[in-house]
Ligand binder design. Structure first.
Ligand SMILES: Cc1cc2nc3c(=O)[nH]c(=O)nc-3n(C[C@H](O)[C@H](O)[C@H](O)COP(=O)(O)O)c2cc1C
Length: 354
């Protein structure tokens, strides 16, 4: 490991060596990837929405057995069992709570009282302003080029807009893979970068080799956005499945969604009543129809088919546009060291004019 630390408000807040975050990706960000990222000096975040609470507790313990470095857990603030998951975070002394949607002020306060750092993810300035006013410690802002559920505003536009709007540290996500990007984000006023697709494509990620090969072979034009998986804009690799979903009618979509909702209920250990409660929470404050809520169960099951079962034909391969530029599988340690070395070289070039 080279001595290339860059101190920012993020490294100070969380106690990590580098201003780099490995984001919570469903079925991808498990104990192995998270501990490798943490040991490399980044903030690793465990994805918990696709785990039962018992699985979350044992995953947290596994990370702790593999690293003494700080790490985080990503959860859905609107999940009916969010309270139970927060209990696990508190019991196990997890350093960071990352939220896919804005957590309520009471939840933020409960975590902060226990010295847990609260970092919600947002895709719009007004959401950043809201969570900052509610007491979030930092905010992760994802531009439209990012993988998974995504907005339409590019990182280069959204990031400075959010930096200007809030007084808490802002972490930039969407489109990052190297040290030039880190320096660019810092220049915009960010406190660090968060990467999903880049960490998925490491030798430490447990994603099956056949799936990684599909990502490595993809160019920028092979990454698309569809609303056909769960009704929300979702960035992923364009595959035959995605083309078929784009063509399929609403009856076929609903039948598939019902099948997946049933499978997700089994996998997540949730009751039907719990799923309906979660569906109601999702609908609340958003313009979603019941069929869109039902379709939501499609995402975890289709993501699992690719990320766990290696089904490149049947699964969804969420991917940022940056996936089109990535063609290697470094370890997390190699990746983080490389990014920091590139960042220093870039800073040197800028200051000496070479
Ligand atoms: C395979 C995959 C799965 C993802 N799953 C989740 C998730 O479960 N929860 C979440 O908040 N974001 C999820 N995301 C979004 C990432 O956490 C992150 O914000 C995004 O990948 C950043 O953009 P990038 O891919 O350009 O680095 C996922 C992204 C990918 C690529």
């Amino acid at each position: 490991m080279s001595d290339t630390a860059i101190a920012t408000a993020l490294t100070e807040l969380v106690g990590v060596r580098t201003p780099i975050v490995q984001t919570g990706m469903g079925w991808v960000a498990g104990p192995r990837l998270v501990s490798a990222a943490a040991n490399a000096g980044a903030l690793g975040i465990l994805a918990s929405a696709t785990m039962t609470p018992e699985q979350l507790r044992s995953a947290v313990r596994e990370v702790k057995s593999r690293t003494g470095a700080p790490f985080g857990v990503n959860l859905r603030a609107d999940a009916s069992d969010a309270g139970e998951r927060v209990r696990i975070i508190l019991d196990e002394g997890v350093k960071v709570a990352s939220f896919a949607l804005a957590p309520r002020p009471e939840l933020i306060a409960r975590l902060k009282d226990a010295d847990v750092v609260v970092i919600p993810s947002v895709g719009a300035r007004r959401h950043a302003e809201k969570v900052a006013a509610w007491g979030a410690d930092a905010v992760l802002v994802q531009g439209g080029e990012g993988g998974g559920h995504t907005g339409s505003v590019a990182t280069t536009v959204l990031l400075p807009q959010v930096v200007d709007a809030v007084d808490i540290p802002v972490i930039a996500a969407g489109g990052f893979r190297d040290g030039r990007g880190l320096v660019a984000a810092l220049a915009y006023g960010a406190a660090g970068i968060a990467m999903g697709t880049r960490f998925l494509l490491t030798s430490d990620s447990t994603v099956p080799d056949a799936v990684k090969a599909r990502y490595l072979a993809a160019g920028v034009q092979d990454v698309t956005v569809t609303t056909k998986v769960d009704g929300l804009p979702h960035r992923m690799l364009r595959t035959d499945l995605v083309d078929a979903l784009e063509r399929s009618g609403s009856t076929a979509s609903l039948l598939r969604a019902l099948r997946h909702a049933s499978a997700f209920r089994r996998d997540s250990g949730m009751s039907w009543a719990g799923m309906v409660r979660d569906g109601l929470a999702m609908k609340h404050g958003r313009e979603l129809t019941w069929s869109q809520v039902l379709l939501a169960a499609n995402t975890p099951m289709l993501l699992k088919a690719a990320m766990v079962e290696g089904r490149t034909d049947l699964g969804v391969m969420a991917c940022g546009q940056v996936g089109g530029l990535i063609d290697d599988l470094p370890s997390c340690a190699e990746l983080v060291d490389r990014i920091m070395a590139e960042a220093h070289a870039t800073l040197g070039r800028l200051t000496t004019g070479l």
